[in-house]
Design a protein around this ligand. Structure first.
Ligand SMILES: Cc1cc2nc3c(=O)[nH]c(=O)nc-3n(C[C@H](O)[C@H](O)[C@H](O)COP(=O)(O)OP(=O)(O)OC[C@H]3O[C@@H](n4cnc5c(N)ncnc54)[C@H](O)[C@@H]3O)c2cc1C
Length: 390
């Protein structure tokens, strides 16, 4: 085992203990009250999780994707919402770390790694989600900077975050449109940046998903990611690859929590003179749940390993995201069914797993989009040329 492996393993163990001691006992209470998990987030800061994917050169932990995915699974097993504050924060870190200029890395990464700056990704708009190229927010050159105008929807960390990677059009008529999209590092504080509202949600409660509005909001030119216009689409899409590993790992975590509750309950609950785990209908459910979870985890590991090796992994990240999140949805419903009536009550966390899981089908790119990516990559991989024999 390399030194890195044992350090990373001990961090995973610390996170596991933190989840058992500090997250699971309070999760349902905070979630039902829709209360922000301040103490938990403070604990993340102590554990260094805000710097998970920031290089040690800039004060981060520089974790490999495999370790990071394992940590995300553990956290989501405790409460999916708590991944929110570090999820898109880590995408912002990824984009800045990978594509930022040296000056941008030095200015932003140490604060982000320490959790003093809280990051987020401001991409989606009311009329541009899956079809990102439709985005309408503009960045217009003014003197030594840009003026941002437009609005963004669903921005996780919108209220408490202060440093976002924002996508805006620097060339409205670009053809194809993605060539006109640029990414900026924006900071709260100046005039013209408003948090319009927090959007109420079915699950994933306790953390904030906001609508943001920009009116002549000034961003210095040195905050254009990488110093080049028209690169934003590519930069953010690359960042979303790591987000997909993260969302897939959340799926494994939620599914595992739902499964663990189900297999314990099935051994205690008796009907017709025996524990329900001895009824074949329940046994089949448990077997399918566990098999799907194991397959999901292996897909996450496969995607993370490829990403760690620096190989192309859009196919693997989309497969992991698709399968693991559909698994979370299916397993949380099966867990609820195995629990019978009590699964539908708020006495147990099962209903929370069932309300949290659907976000995973949407966030990080919907599963319909993942299927489109997978199919396109497969056709590319198994390409048949006209000259090929029939
Ligand atoms: C709780 C929450 C937190 C979020 N956090 C963030 C964040 O921090 N930052 C951020 O930028 N965004 C965030 N999002 C936005 C999220 O990424 C988008 O909601 C998602 O990409 C889908 O976009 P949309 O909602 O506009 O749906 P649409 O794009 O309008 O899709 C509607 C439906 O049509 C389907 N569809 C669309 N195009 C096709 C197609 N070509 N073929 C087949 N089906 C298609 C979709 O799969 C979906 O089923 C968040 C969303 C939620 C709910």
């Amino acid at each position: 085992m390399k030194a890195d492996d044992s350090t990373h393993q001990s961090l995973v163990e610390k996170v596991r203990r933190f989840v058992e001691q500090k997250i699971i006992p309070v999760a349902s209470r905070l979630e039902h009250k829709d209360e922000y998990p301040e103490e938990i987030v403070e604990g993340f800061k102590q554990l260094g999780l805000f710097g998970a994917n920031v290089s040690p050169e800039y004060g981060g932990l520089g974790l490999d994707y495999m370790t990071f995915a394992t940590i995300i699974e553990e956290l989501a097993r405790g409460w999916m919402s708590v991944v929110g504050p570090i999820g898109t924060h880590s995408v912002a870190c990824d984009v800045i770390g990978r594509f930022g200029t040296e000056a941008q890395k030095q200015e932003f990464l140490p604060g982000l790694a320490a959790g003093e700056r809280r990051g987020g990704l401001a991409l989606t708009e009311a009329d541009a989600g899956t079809d990102v190229q439709r985005l309408q927010t503009t960045a217009t050159r003014r003197g030594d900077g840009y003026l941002i105008n437009g609005s963004k929807m669903w921005i996780t960390n919108g209220r408490r975050g202060n440093t976002f990677v924002l996508a805006a059009k620097t060339e409205a008529q670009a053809d194809p449109p993605y060539r006109g999209i640029s990414a900026f590092i924006i900071e709260k504080g100046g005039a013209g940046f408003d948090v319009v509202r927090e959007i109420d949600t079915l699950g994933y409660r306790g953390v904030e998903n906001c609508e943001l509005a920009f009116k002549d909001f000034y961003v210095p030119a040195q905050n254009l990611v990488g110093g080049r216009e028209g690169e934003g689409f590519k930069q953010i899409m690359t960042g979303l690859e790591s987000e997909r590993i993260n969302v897939a790992a959340r799926g494994v975590g939620v599914a595992r929590a739902a499964f663990e509750a189900a297999i314990q309950y099935a051994q205690k609950r008796q009907t017709f003179g025996k524990p329900i785990c001895e009824h074949q209908a329940i046994q089949f459910k448990l077997a399918d749940m566990a098999t799907r979870i194991e397959a999901s985890r292996l897909l996450v590991y496969s995607a993370a390993t490829k990403k760690d090796r620096g190989e192309r992994c859009d196919l693997e990240t989309s497969m992991a995201k698709l399968f693991a999140t559909e698994t979370a949805q299916a397993v949380s419903l099966d867990s609820l069914r195995i629990h019978g009536g009590v699964g539908y009550s708020t006495d147990l966390p099962i209903e929370r797993f069932y309300r949290d899981a659907p976000l995973l089908l949407i966030g990080g790119g919907t599963n319909e989009l993942q299927r489109l990516i997978i199919a396109a990559r497969l056709v590319e991989k198994y390409n048949v040329r006209e000259t090929d024999p029939p």
